[in-house]
Ligand binder design. Sequence first.
Ligand code: AMP
Length: 219
Amino acid sequence: MRKAIVFLGPPGAGKGTHAKEISNILNIPHISTGDIFRDAVKNQTEIGKKVKEYLDSGKLVPDELVWAVVEERLNKEDCKNGFILDGFPRTIPQAEMLEEFLRKNNTVIKVIYLDAPDELVVERLSSRRICKNCGAIYNIISMPPKEDNKCDVCGGELYQRSDDQPEVIKKRLDTYYQETKSLIDFYNSKSLMYTISVKKEREEIVEEILKVVKNGTEE
Ligand code: AMP
């Protein structure tokens, strides 16, 4: 049966990094609502104009608008063998809209909760850098590129996300605690969630994620 893999956790827990890795290994698309919105803002599309102020201030984009974007994406051909969601859902209404979609489309869900303490995520977000060209994620302290400011994968220039500044980081964490953390109970109560502590080596985390995802594949 088709499988949806959802990465849950605070900003900076490593959702994007691990989602990218798992997407490459399993050969299913990695769908990041944050990336979709950042692209829309950069390209000044209609959606980009609507979401810019939310991204700039670390607030959540309204549910209906987020769902319209996600639903359109999930209906694309490349999602037919499964997909990975990173940064969605972020509210209970979003989780319910997803649930309804998965039910109608015969898709099972596995939720991976990346558990990371506040001190760690603040430190990680402030030192995160991203390749302008291919989106590869670095950390200038724990995972620096081989050459300063240059992507190891494609040689592109690295940049810092405008919302990875101290004031916006604080707001994003507040938003996470107010609106997103309740999803942990939502999925836990349905026995759909697997918690993985991020305080270990990257390879170990990937291995654990793969174990969870592959478990029950034959069903
Ligand atoms: P991220 O890259 O996941 O940290 O998302 C960056 C920003 O995009 C967030 O701070 C929100 O403003 C917006 N965003 C991304 N995903 C969602 C979502 N599922 N619901 C509401 N807003 C979102």
